[in-house]
Design a protein around this ligand. Structure first.
Ligand code: GLU
Length: 883
């Protein structure tokens, strides 16, 4: 039914044309098209114009030919056939490759040629006018935009040489303003897609992208960009194709991606829609069931504007003086005399078309026009400004942009963030439960609680994603590639990343961090210092060797002094028989032996039966005893400390000691911030450590837990962050932190570069700090949950332990040695006396010794008779001075 009515409509329009041709002048306009839509549009517009024939003294005949896109010969032949049919103007062709041939024919024959496609030829010839806006003017606007957006580095994705030519003026951005331009061609990979090229872009840290390509591939490029993760909040696009608004961008409009575009006309123009409906239903196209937007491309609309403008000019000229169409031959030298008048008229006219103001410069370029600035919002593409290429001014109006998109607070509220976590205790852990848990419920830990608290303050929702390889993010300096959490954030696979993620300058270059929620530094985890095994001579420890030596010297000195004073002091010479008034001799108790005995008795606080009489000796004794009092008290006090306090030693005290030795292995988490700290540090020690870490990959670990395990089981030290050390030391009682902090840094929440949520999240983190929530959470996860009190309970249990033989063994040894010495002394004394008295007894020494020993072994006898009678002289005992 629909087809029948269309047929009737065409029939009547053709008959009416035939009738009109009989009575009116008619002008033939040629069209050289490679596209059915253009051909149909050409005919529809001419039919529409012919409907005005009651006001115009002529009638138009549209003569459009299908021409090849690239075959020059074919196009040339078609143009000549049109000239032969008395055309007064030619529209097309649509290909720049064949355009120059038509241009030269039209120029020779002075037939106006109206182009509606981009043509880079700068040297225009007389008869040609081009409705396509001049590329330099568009480039100027794009430069203006880039400067307004303050982009300092841009990736320019271009399709081919045509695209490059169009954007060549952008080089000025680099020359004049120092903007870095990275040019990348949209090359098709082996799978026939642009994914490989886009993935390369993804790996770069640049987030400002300009796409210059034809409409044919634009949609595919955008879809592929979305697939590789470029259409995210992090990236900002400028798309220079003027047909952007003819694409369906719904799939991108909720991505949060910043897409800016430009256009010349609105696809909502009612006249255009009506025309497009007509074009759509022309016999050639009706089968194809095209979308209206597919028809409303710039080249079609420019063709419409061009035909209308041409019609107006012809009308004006034919009213003034008759234009006479002439038959022209390609191979002769005759040209059309009215052609230049039409072209000049076209160039001087300002026409208001669907694409706005249509006017040309003297060369026939369209220079002065307006462009709409577009922005992709959740409501679709919206016009947010207008550029006047004559005034070089941009007037923006963002009132149509949905409020919540310019208001961060609202956009964070109710948003669902994908939060990337790493399963590292105590930051994020799987809950220990017998129930099957799913979703966010599966996880618990310090960072899990922080995200919950932030979500309460800011009102967002969240879903946790786990970083399976457990990596926080390491920069491979050879490829400049990140891995781990940082990679995922850069790629837009997660919105927030939270774990023991250290804020480093390298990471800050590619992602944004919230304010730090925890402060820490690098330190060393090692086994607790070992108690020193008590030495046998521990009783000597209270005094140093020098004090012991001095004590010995003091003893000898005082003993000799007392001996001398005894001999000098008259009161020390006493009467051995007090009953005898006039004694024959006097005795002195302070012989050298007694002096030594007296001082040692004092030293060991046992006293002796010797009592000094002389003032001098008494004074000396007083000082000696006072000295002893202090020394013994000091010794006792210090000995108590030495016996009770365990002396512990570590084989190293700090990183310098650790770096110097080779016996203890040491490492850090592979690819972690700790390892990269040593890489970046200039200090000699840190460089030594870095060299060690690099050369001993077997001593590096993939996870903190592995490091802790190795410290417990091997002679291994693990370089680790202080808060994680604190966590592990509270649970593994044999471990301790050695040395202080090597640096000062913190953990932050990572998000994409230039994230609009950064400030909100940072403010909320500060709030958690101020209200003590972070401290509470730290106590919960460090000291309370998951065995946090294990080691504190154990240390409380330890009581003062009884002293073992090891502690006092040395004293026993001294005792036994002393006893043995005394025994030996008594034997020697016996030998000496027997030897001395061998003459008195008139017996040989051996005999006397034998007798003495014989008596010794007769343990039952307490009275020494045998030998004594024989040995002992009758008289002549010591009778003068005892010693
Ligand atoms: N916090 C470190 C990071 O963000 C991991 C642990 C470490 O290197 O000690 O990479």
């Amino acid at each position: 039914m629909k087809k029948v009515s269309l047929w009737l409509l065409n029939f009547f329009s053709i008959t009416s044309s035939v009738v009109a041709v009989k009575f009116l002048d008619h002008y033939r306009i040629g069209g050289l098209f490679s596209d059915d839509i253009h051909k149909a549009a050409f005919q529809v517009v001419i039919d529409n114009l012919n409907k005005k024939w009651d006001t115009a003294p002529f009638f138009l005949i549209g003569d459009s030919l299908n021409v090849s896109f690239t075959n020059h010969f074919h196009v040339q032949k078609a143009a000549c056939s049109l000239l032969d049919k008395r055309v007064i103007g030619i529209f097309g062709p649509s290909s720049r490759h064949t355009s120059s041939y038509i241009q030269s024919i039209c120029d020779n024959k002075e037939i106006p040629q109206i182009e509606t496609h981009y043509n880079p030829n700068v040297e225009k010839i007389q008869s040609d006018i081009n409705l396509y806006p001049h590329a330099a003017e568009i480039a100027y606007f794009v430069m203006h935009l880039i400067r307004e957006f303050t982009w300092d580095t841009i990736i320019i994705l271009y399709e081919n040489n045509d695209s490059l030519e169009r954007i060549a003026p952008l080089l000025e951005l680099n020359i004049e303003y120092g903007v870095q331009l990275v040019f990348r061609q949209l090359e098709v990979d082996q799978d026939g897609s642009y994914r490989a090229a886009l993935k390369i872009i993804k790996k770069m840290s640049v987030t400002n992208i300009l796409i210059e390509c034809s409409l044919d591939i634009l949609e595919e490029v955008l879809i592929e960009s979305q697939k590789v993760g470029l259409i995210t909040e992090k990236y900002r696009f400028i798309i220079t194709n003027l047909d952007l608004s003819t694409l369906d961008l719904e799939r991108f409009q909720y991505s949060g991606c910043n897409i800016t575009g430009i256009r010349m006309f609105s696809t909502e123009n009612e006249n255009l829609i009506a025309l497009a409906e007509k074009i759509k239903t022309t016999p050639h196209l009706i089968e194809e069931e095209l979308e209206l937007k597919r028809i409303m491309t710039l080249s079609t609309v420019l063709l419409i504007d061009g035909l209308n403008m041409f019609y107006d000019v012809i009308k004006e000229l034919s009213e003034m003086s008759k234009i006479k169409a002439e038959k022209l031959k390609c191979h002769d030298a005759i040209s059309w005399k009215y052609g230049s008048t039409i072209v000049n008229q076209l160039k001087s006219k300002v026409y208001q078309g669907i694409t706005g103001r249509v006017s040309f410069d003297l060369a026939g370029f369209r220079r002065y026009f307006t462009l709409d600035l577009l922005e992709l919002t959740t409501k679709g593409l919206l016009k947010v400004g207008q550029w006047d290429s004559e005034e070089k001014s941009l007037i923006t109006d963002r009132s149509q942009v949905p409020q919540e998109e310019s208001d961060v607070e609202h956009s964070i509220f109710n948003r669902t963030f994908r939060v990337l976590i790493v399963l590292t205790a105590p930051y994020a852990m799987l809950k220990e439960s017998t129930d099957q848990l799913i979703g966010n419920d599966q996880f618990e830990g310090f960072c899990i609680d922080i995200i919950h608290e932030l979500s309460v303050i800011l009102g967002f929702n969240y879903t946790f994603i786990v970083q399976e390889d457990g990596k926080n993010g390491n920069l491979d300096r050879a490829t400049n590639e990140w891995d781990g959490v940082i990679r995922q954030i850069i790629d837009g696979n997660a919105d927030l990343g939270i774990t023991d993620l250290t804020v480093t300058s390298d990471r800050e270059r590619v992602v944004d961090f919230s304010l730090q929620f925890m402060n820490l530094g690098i330190s060393i985890l090692y086994r607790k210092p070992e108690p020193v095994p008590p030495s046998l001579f521990m009783f000597l420890s209270p005094f140093s060797t020098r004090v012991w030596l001095m004590l010995g010297v003091a003893y000898i000195f005082v003993s000799i002094s007392i001996f001398i004073m005894g001999r000098l002091s008259p009161s020390e010479w006493t009467n051995p028989y007090p009953c005898v008034d006039e004694p024959e001799y006097l005795v002195n108790q302070f012989s050298i032996r007694n002096s030594l005995w007296f001082t040692i008795g004092g030293l060991l606080q046992q006293g002796s039966e010797l009592a000094p009489i002389g003032i001098s000796i008494r004074t000396a004794s007083g000082f000696w005893w006072f000295f002893i009092l202090i020394m013994v008290s000091s010794y006792t006090a210090n000995l108590a400390a030495f016996l009770t306090v365990e002396t512990r030693v570590t084989p190293f005290k700090n990183i310098d000691d650790l770096a110097k030795q080779t016996e203890i292995k040491y490492g850090a988490k592979r690819g972690g911030a700790t390892a990269s700290f040593f890489h970046d540090s200039n200090l000699t020690t840190n460089q030594i450590v870095y060299k060690h870490l690099k050369e001993h990959d077997d001593q590096m670990t993939d996870e903190n837990e592995e490091g802790v395990r190795r410290v417990e089981t091997e002679n291994y030290a693990f370089l680790m962050e202080s808060v994680t050390i604190e966590y592990n030391v509270a649970r593994h009682c044999s471990l301790a932190q050695v040395g202080g902090l090597l640096d000062n840094k913190g953990y932050g929440i990572a998000m994409q570069k230039d994230s609009k949520y950064r400030n909100e999240i940072s403010t909320a983190v500060v709030k958690l700090q101020e209200t003590g929530v972070l401290t509470k959470l730290k106590i919960k996860w460090w000291k309370e949950q998951r065995g946090g009190s294990t080691c504190s309970i154990q240390s409380k249990k330890s009581e003062a332990e009884a002293l073992d033989l090891q502690n006092v063994g040395g004293v026993f040894l001294v005792l036994f040695l002393g006893a043995l010495l005394a025994l030996l002394g008594s034997f020697i004394e016996m030998c000496v006396i027997l030897y001395r008295k061998r003459k008195v007894y008139k017996k040989p020494f051996k005999y006397l010794l034998w007798k003495e020993l014989e008596f010794f072994f007769q343990f039952g006898k307490n009275v020494k008779t045998v030998g004594r009678d024989e040995r002992e002289p009758v008289s002549n005992q010591n009778n003068k001075v005892s010693f």
